[in-house]
Design a binder for this molecule. Structure first.
Ligand code: MIG
Length: 633
């Protein structure tokens, strides 16, 4: 059951799309109004876990720390970082209730920070829609919530393939080397991402002609070899007289404005830019249509970056004063420009957390109109609601085992907030990745919907063929393509049913006290438990089995073995994939292929149980329905 409590005159963020009845009974929170802020507080039961908050640091259970919803581009993901790129204001308080604080303003969550067993939520605004969700269990609460925020975005099948990316691939030569490298190693590959270097002077909707003399021809050529190109688009539009995107934006008043009413200048990669005012429906429509430049060249997927929005400095700030934290340019500048919301001039800071989400909406709606097929879209900055238009990646994480674990723990909470299509930079973004780390990371990403190897410019080469012998890399990525029928089917079924794709172990085994505290095992779809090695120098790990399961080891072939409930030690060699099939569940696998266009999803083998409900379509159709589910025996 969901109830809505309205405070003041909240901005409609678009996060909730179902009709929700107003709450009449007494609220589970004490509410206090302090200086234009709203403070909600309630007690937590002893040992009661708190889930949710999507993209935040620390463990799956969020209890014991402070988290701040205020979208931030800061690559230093220390454990005590209160804010990351997205804001997902949904918390699940044990089995009792869930609460979604729907406001684009800053929100501070203190979750039993000081041992007082209190949940305190301070909204930096007096205008909030609060949704209270109750169902009797934490997992049930999440499912109720997923219903009111609407179905997850569903990408095309090829977006479940493996992608290679790097900030620094400049031209056709660099891309060719990647494609050839994978081909030679016989490692499957579905797409290569283009980072900002493909653009002409970092201008959105442009291509550097010296680097890609005939972009359209090149896109088609790669596509016929089974590899798609996925270019990046940044939020800021370069200030340059004569550039049509810039000229149209100025002419139509589609850019955010400064105190003087003129388009506000913020510096990002192209130098001075203007920020599209995605709060205006007209501006969204316009920006969405601009993707035609890319779709006309055969592009079917993009990634959106810098949409917190990231600001290096502005026309009013000191170029020397760093990017991050309070008091930095970005933060100060959020108080210097405005949006036009239904004719009212609204300070960016007060609606900050919605900017990236509205960019995603503009892009998703645009791509949907431009293409006859489903599109790939993932964004860096997000807010609940943008999960209906695109997926997300988790930004600039380090090439470290610590960040691999961090990444892993974010997955279930992102799912609980609607973001089913997600994943992190496989191998890590900042720093040099080792062979061992990349292999361990791949064995995790093999189960995330977005499986993309990405790294920063200046770091050591991170492609799967850059570490000598490629057999181990091939084994894991081959595995991904063989298990794809299951992943794709489970993903689409979860989206259709308003379910999570990746869940904490605790959700699958409520009441199991040991499962409740586990941060390094997850459930993937309805049938799989994963327990990967995420420690350096370890060849085995301890795994907790809440029930009897089938252990599956992939090493060129699938080897199944029954294992009994309890704690077991499992050897997992580098380059191997081990996973567990839950009791009475089945998994389907196929023969694999060099890319998704060559996968035969109709020819599958059952592992574990005897029957599986497979969602099956051509991988492109927009017409996704339960009619496409067939029983495999
Ligand atoms: O200021 O486009 O998170 O994936 O490679 C850095 C360059 C801008 C940040 C993204 C990262 C991307 C990089 N971008």
């Amino acid at each position: 059951m969901v109830k809505k409590y309205v405070y003041g005159k909240p901005y409609n963020t678009g996060a909730v799309i179902e009709e929700v009845a107003p709450g009449k009974d007494k609220l589970c929170f004490e509410v206090e109004k302090i200086d234009g802020c709203l403070n909600f507080s309630c007690g937590l039961l002893p040992d009661e876990p708190v889930y949710g908050l999507g993209q935040t640091m620390r463990g799956i259970n969020k209890r014991g720390a402070r988290y701040i919803s205020y979208n931030t581009d800061d690559p230093d993901h220390r454990e005590d970082m209160p804010s990351l790129y997205g804001s997902h204001n949904f918390v699940v308080v044990g089995d009792r209730f869930g609460a979604f604080f729907d406001t684009p303003s800053k929100v501070v969550f203190d979750i039993d920070v000081d041992g007082s067993a209190k949940l305190n939520v301070l909204c930096h605004t007096a205008d909030v829609n609060l949704y209270i969700v109750e169902s009797g269990s934490a997992y049930g609460t999440v499912k109720e919530f997923l219903k009111i925020i609407g179905k997850s975005y569903i990408p095309p099948l090829w977006a479940f393939g493996f992608g290679q990316s790097r900030w620094g691939y400049k031209d056709e030569g660099d891309i060719n080397a990647v494609v050839i490298g994978y081909k030679k190693a016989e490692i499957p590959l579905d797409y290569v991402c283009l980072d900002i270097d493909y653009m002409d002077g970092y201008k959105d909707f442009s291509v550097d002609k010296t680097r890609f003399p005939d972009f359209k021809r090149y896109v088609e050529k790669l596509k016929s070899a089974g590899v798609r190109l996925v270019p990046i688009i940044d939020a800021g539009v370069k200030v340059e007289a004569g550039d049509t995107v810039y000229e149209e934006g100025v002419k139509n008043g589609f850019f955010c404005t400064g105190g003087n009413g003129k388009p506000f200048g913020v510096a990002v990669w192209p130098g001075m830019t203007h920020l599209p005012d995605f709060f205006q429906p007209g501006a969204r429509e316009w920006f969405g249509r601009k993707y035609k430049f890319l779709t006309d060249c055969g592009i079917e997927g993009v990634w959106n970056d810098m949409n917190e929005p990231a600001v290096f400095y502005s026309e009013l700030s000191d170029p020397e004063n760093g990017l991050h934290g309070e008091g930095s340019n970005a933060y100060e500048d959020y108080f210097r420009f405005y949006h036009n919301i239904d004719g009212a001039k609204v300070l960016h800071h007060s609606v900050h957390n919605l900017y990236g989400a509205l960019m995603t909406r503009a892009s998703g709606e645009g791509l949907d109109k431009l293409l006859n097929t489903r599109y790939l879209l993932f964004s860096r900055s997000t807010y609940i609601g943008s999960h209906r238009y695109g997926g997300m990646w988790t930004g600039d994480i380090n090439s470290s085992f610590e960040h691999l674990k961090q990444e892993f723990m974010q997955l279930p909470n992102l799912n609980a907030c609607g973001f089913l299509y997600c994943g992190g930079d496989t191998g890590g973004f900042n720093g040099d990745c080792t062979r061992e780390l990349l292999l361990r990371w791949l064995a995790v990403s093999a189960f995330t919907p977005l499986m993309r190897n990405h790294s920063a410019c200046g770091t050591a080469a991170q492609e799967c063929f850059a570490f000598g012998d490629t057999a181990d890399f091939k084994n894991i990525i081959d595995f991904r393509y063989k298990i794809l029928p299951y992943l794709y089917s489970e993903f689409v079924k979860a989206a259709l049913c308003g379910d999570m794709f990746i869940k904490p172990l605790a959700f699958g085994f409520p009441g199991d006290k040991r499962a409740a505290d586990i941060n390094d095992q997850l459930l993937v779809g309805e049938g799989i438990m994963i327990a990967p090695v995420m420690e350096e120098g370890k060849a085995s790990r301890s795994v907790y089995l809440p029930e009897d399961m089938t252990m599956v080891r992939y090493n060129g072939e699938f080897i199944c073995k029954s294992v009994e409930a309890g704690q077991i030690q499992v050897n997992i060699g580098l380059g191997e994939v081990v996973f567990f099939i839950l009791k009475d569940k089945a998994v389907i696998v196929c023969g694999g292929a060099e890319n998704t266009s060559k996968l035969d999803l109709t020819n599958v083998t059952l592992l574990g149980g005897r029957e599986y409900e497979q969602y099956l379509d051509d991988g492109f159709t927009k017409n996704i329905s339960r009619d496409n589910i067939r029983t495999v025996r």
